[in-house]
Design a protein around this ligand. Sequence first.
Ligand SMILES: [Cu+2]
Length: 171
Amino acid sequence: MRRSSGSGPSTALARSLIAVLIAALWAAQLSARAEDGYMPTAAAQRIVSATADGAGARTGVVILTETLPTGQSDPQEQKAFGILYTFSPRVVFVYRDEPTSFSFWNLQSDEQHDFMLASPGGQVLMKMALPQLKKTTVTLTFHKEGLYTFYCTMHQPEMSGQIYVLSPSLR
Ligand SMILES: [Cu+2]
């Protein structure tokens, strides 16, 4: 009796199913990456360059994600505004062309945040996920002076901050 040699119609069907499955997994992975964020493009790197692990930094800042109100909660405030989140600190000063590590500590066990950076002209430069109860570190080197804005896209407008990029001559 002849057994299936691997070229029968059922095998061909299985192969095409596997191909479809692999394509679906690949697409899911791509969309997951897009959700996770993106580093500066070649054009954006003329404004800011970023390395994901925080390496090469000479100085750094820790930015916490905090829940508002801190301390005793006011039931009326909670009712009017819900739970609010903020970056702490919300304002950071850095020098141009000085690699600076930014370590974001997501202190919430039940809330995802992210870090989206915009140039002084309002151009979005990068976006990075800040998972629950994790430290996420990136080294940023700003090449243009001015006032940059950063956002958590999930908690707008309250969860925002500013980075002032100063001239190194101000040292
Ligand atoms: Cu947030």
